[in-house]
Design a protein around this ligand. Structure first.
Ligand code: NDP
Length: 275
């Protein structure tokens, strides 16, 4: 067993993951002594791999596709934000040996929007595209910032409606198909679909974005995603992708594990410059 505290990200695929680099940067910046590695783990190997990781001195784990729901089901206890999102991207080994499940994706997005990019959510009309796991993770933390309203648009409207049923007790939220968005307009449009990963754009008409409105794609790439390009064509004040969210969700995980909050601006600058 290594004498350093062990951390890791599990997922499949995992080779592309920037998390080991991000956490190594945070550890060096804050003087924390730890190891962080990526491990290829398909869903059916999660339990075995987790046990071996903990036996080898594992203190905390990040989980990515396709393990966030598996990790949610496995966690002994969950934070409120993990409970709401029904997905866990961060596991923390507690002193009593139990595993606490957390979800830092939503706070990562909100921090990147509000703190890094000065896009405030209070009283804003927000459109979220997509009703998958990522949408589920961001709705609660967005509602905590008291937007005027949230519309969730999805190809399969029933999935958006399921989210509305779960989150409507926390704020004004409604479900829509894409065609039904016509005539509406928003201050902020967040793309939480996986369309960008295959170079696609959800079927969006023009006129959905208010003057001075902004767009944010949860996906990120070295080139502008299809949604970021669409946003630029719509004249958005800011057209952002999810690199900042990735770094901020990692910073929050680092904080819950180590009790030290890294400064993210230097790393954001560095990774932006590398694009
Ligand atoms: P899911 O597979 O759970 O959900 C995918 C969603 O995308 C569904 O709502 C699906 O609609 C919709 N969709 C897929 N293709 C299209 C298309 N061509 N047009 C319109 N809608 C489409 O994915 P996740 O929620 O887990 O992830 C979504 C995105 O968020 C990914 O790009 C992921 O990389 C990103 N992400 C980024 C993070 C970051 O830190 N930056 C963190 C987490 C996620 P339907 O239900 O109708 O099939």
């Amino acid at each position: 067993m290594s004498d350093k505290d062990q951390y890791a990200v599990f997922g499949s695929p995992i080779k592309h993951s920037k998390s080991p680099r991000i956490h190594a940067f945070f550890a060096q910046q804050t003087g924390q002594i730890l190891d962080y590695k990526s491990v290829l783990v398909p869903a059916d190997a999660f339990e075995v791999q987790l046990k071996s990781f903990l036996d080898g001195g594992g203190r905390g784990l990040n989980c990515t596709v396709p393990l966030k729901e598996v990790a949610w089901a496995y966690a002994d206890k969950k934070t409120e934000r993990a409970q709401l999102s029904k997905a866990v991207n961060t596991l923390i080994l507690q002193d009593d040996g139990s595993l606490l499940g957390d979800n830092t994706d939503g706070i990562g997005l909100v921090t990147d929007l509000q703190k890094n990019n000065k896009i405030q959510l209070k009283d804003k009309r927000i459109l979220i595209l997509g009703a998958g796991g990522a949408s589920r993770g961001i709705i609660g933390p967005i509602q905590d910032e008291l937007p005027q309203s949230i519309v969730i648009a999805n190809r399969t409207v029933e999935k958006a409606q399921v989210l509305v049923d779960e989150f409507s007790c926390r704020g004004l939220v409604s479900a829509s198909g894409y065609a039904e968005l016509s005539g509406l307009s928003f201050d902020l449009i967040i793309n939480a679909t996986s369309a960008s990963l295959s170079g696609d754009l959800p079927p969006l008409g023009s006129g959905l974005l208010n003057n001075q409105g902004c767009c944010y794609d949860l996906a990120y790439a070295n080139e502008p995603t299809a949604f970021v390009s669409w946003s630029q064509q719509q004249g958005a004040l800011k057209s952002l992708d999810g690199l900042g969210m990735l770094i901020e969700q990692a910073a929050e995980a680092f904080y819950v594990w180590r009790g030290v909050r890294p400064n993210t601006s230097e790393l954001i600058e560095l990774l932006e410059a590398e694009r």
